[in-house]
Each structure stands twice: as C-alpha cells, then as structure tokens.
Write a protein that binds this ligand. Structure first.
Ligand SMILES: Nc1ncnc2c1ncn2[C@@H]1O[C@H](COP(=O)(O)OP(=O)(O)O)[C@@H](O)[C@H]1O
Ligand SMILES: [Mg+2]
Length: 164
C-alpha cells in the first residue's frame, strides 16, 4: 500500500542498500545547514553502515570509524560539522554534557545519533527518526519525519529498493 505522503519504509537486502539509503539522505537534505537524525535499531541493525554511506556522499574520505568508544566522531563536510554520535556506552545521560556537543548548534550542524534513547532527552529533538530492523536476511528501514520534511523523507525511501 502506498501512503498519502509516499512510502514509509523500505527493504534493504544487503549492506550496500543500507549505505545507498544513507547516501540518498545526504542528497535529499544536503541543502540544509542543520539536520538531527536519530538512528534506532538493535546492535548490528546497520546504523553505522548507513552513516558511512551518508558521509561518503557528503565527500568525507578515509575511514569512518564507529564511535562506540569515543562516543562522538566529528567530520567536516561541505562547510558544516557532521557529528556521528553513538550513545550505546553512555552510562548516564548527564555524561552527554561532557562531550562538548553544545558547541554544535543543531540548526548549523548535522547530528547523526545511534542509540539516542540513551540520551534521556538531552539531545536536540530529531528532524528525522530512522528505525532499522532485521528482516528476511536483510534489514527494513522506516523513517518518521517532522511534518515539513515528510514528503522529502518519503522520497528518500522511494529511492531505496522494496519500498512500501
Ligand atoms: N541491509 C543489510 N542487510 C544485511 N546486512 C547488513 C545490512 N546493512 C548492514 N549490514 C551489516 O550488518 C553489520 C552491522 O552493521 P552496523 O552498521 O555496524 O550496525 P549497527 O551500527 O546498527 O550496530 C555489518 O556487517 C553490515 O555490513
Ligand atoms: Mg553502530
């Protein structure tokens, strides 16, 4: 079934499809100075893989490391800072205040956050909420977007294979 605003989720058969979805996000929202993306999903669901595809599309070269231990890896891309954050190992939301993230206004930088639920409400609210889940040997991706971004979010999913 196609929803009024377009597809809400897509099947990602392999890691390349997950990276391609990240790249599609970068293309669709690349005109925005700021973007906050919350990435939900179990360990291994593909959150870091998606961020790799997104950063590559923004022109970031070299290795994109998972920030599981550093909690945050900053990148410079097209004149803005892109923060790749992974809060899996955060033991207390108050620790977020020690990461220096308050220097990066969410309307002028991009925040790509894995395990945002561990931030306990101290993160900037998401423009996009992505959910990755295991499905049929691959993954399923769903996106919820702020109302003004819904059509664009659906367009991103529509470019991924197997969207519904
Ligand atoms: N759509 C997919 N289908 C199958 N495997 C995938 C898919 N997307 C990512 N993977 C694989 O899943 C593994 C874990 O991915 P990762 O991005 O590190 O997960 P997370 O950051 O959510 O813990 C990687 O080996 C990656 O290649
Ligand atoms: Mg990860």
């Amino acid at each position: 079934m196609r929803h009024r605003d377009g597809p809400r989720n897509a099947f990602l058969p392999d890691a390349a499809a997950t990276q391609a979805l990240g790249a599609a996000l970068a293309r669709e929202f690349g005109d925005r100075a700021g973007l906050v993306v919350h990435l939900h999903g179990d360990l291994g669901a593909g959150k870091t893989t998606l961020v790799r595809g997104l950063l590559r599309e923004l022109g970031v070269g070299g290795t994109v490391r998972s920030p599981s231990y550093t909690l945050v890896e900053p990148y410079e891309a097209r004149g803005r800072t892109v923060l790749h954050v992974d809060l899996y190992r955060l033991s207390d939301p108050a620790e977020l205040d020690n990461l220096g993230l308050q220097d990066f206004a969410p309307d002028r930088s991009w925040w790509l956050v894995e395990w945002p639920e561990r931030g306990g409400g101290r993160l900037p609210p998401p423009d996009l909420r992505l959910e990755l889940s295991y499905a049929d040997g691959g993954r399923r991706a769903a996106i919820e977007a702020a109302p003004e971004l819904r059509v664009r979010a659906a367009r991103v999913l529509g470019t991924a294979s197997g969207s519904t």
